[in-house]
Write a protein that binds this ligand. Structure first.
Ligand code: ATR
Length: 279
């Protein structure tokens, strides 16, 4: 039996088991199963050991351990290294390797909607766990990236991570700029909410987006997909902006993890999407 896990804390609400078990059944990987497990920081070393021994065949990592897991890994691969965020563990030879499929998942979700991210101005709201992946997704092609977080110090730490990539890419060192929470920068092409505000249905923040009125080509993206439409997205829709929630990003990051573990590229068809919609 091949055992897969998603670990985090809290973990009750994770829909990863639903999607992965669906694909495992669909692609006849009948000796495989995927479960969720609530863990503490002290459990991370053991989980990695279990991957190394083959007791666990693959792991997804979610909040708040995407950075903390790194200390226990043999190798951190690709963009996971630049954004210091690992969401997928894979055993390669005798090594436990950490990958990040959030960056690609996010990019793919934009590609799906034919949203061109080259040369654009981006506003990232929040500087928590997932924001490094979003920043990494934009860093190569953006013209300008503003980071706004309630706690400014965390936005500055996020900028530092992004600035390493900026330097490697030989881009203008002022590409990433931190702005004070509530102090709106120039109008941007894409505004992404990476904060947890909105997870509670009637919660929102009072940022002033009146200058975005009737701008139908500006995209407001909320990484949250449950609720389907946060107040952030609802307001954007009513203002006449384009909106997108985090559903497809979630599905694509799952797809890339599944692909790494099994070699199978699952299909994100209506059946898969419906599964998530009805959860
Ligand atoms: P972390 O990674 O820090 O554990 P997270 O849940 O990934 O936490 O991130 C939470 C994000 O939502 C942070 O950017 C947080 O802002 P702070 O850094 O100031 O805490 C943001 N956030 C949470 N509640 C918020 C609120 N009421 N208004 C604005 N931002 C909020």
């Amino acid at each position: 039996m091949k055992k897969y896990l998603v670990i985090g804390n809290p973990i009750e609400h994770s829909l990863s088991p639903l999607i992965h078990n669906h694909w495992m059944k669909k692609y006849r990987l009948l000796d495989s199963s995927y479960e969720k497990k609530k863990v503490e920081k002290k459990d991370l070393a053991k989980i990695v050991k279990q991957v190394r021994s083959g007791e666990i065949s693959g792991v997804n990592i979610t909040v708040p351990f995407k950075k903390e897991i790194i200390d226990f890994l043999d190798q951190v691969k690709g963009v996971a290294r630049s954004c210091q965020s690992v969401n997928t563990l894979v055993k390669e030879g005798n090594k436990v390797c950490g990958y990040n499929t959030d960056v690609e998942g996010f990019k793919e979700s934009l590609g799906d909607e034919f949203i061109d991210i080259r040369d654009k101005k981006i506003l990232i709201l929040g500087a928590g766990g997932v924001s490094t992946s979003i920043l990494e997704a934009f860093v190569e092609t953006a013209q300008k990236i503003y980071i706004m977080n309630r706690t400014k110090k965390k936005a500055e730490e996020l900028k530092k991570i992004g600035d390493i990539s900026i330097q490697l890419l030989n881009k203008n060192k002022n590409t990433i700029q931190v702005v004070e929470w509530g102090k709106m920068p120039e109008i941007c092409d894409i505004v992404v909410n990476t904060t947890s505000v909105g997870l509670v249905e009637d919660k929102s923040f009072d940022l002033d987006f009146t200058s975005y009125e009737k701008k139908k080509n500006i995209l407001f993206y909320d990484l949250i997909y449950n609720p389907k439409e946060t107040i952030f997205l609802k307001n954007a829709r009513l203002r006449g902006n384009k909106t997108l929630n985090g559903k497809m990003m979630f599905l694509y990051q799952a797809l890339y993890s599944f692909q790494k573990w099994t070699g199978v590229t699952p299909k994100i068809d209506n059946e898969t999407i419906k599964l998530l919609d009805n959860a």
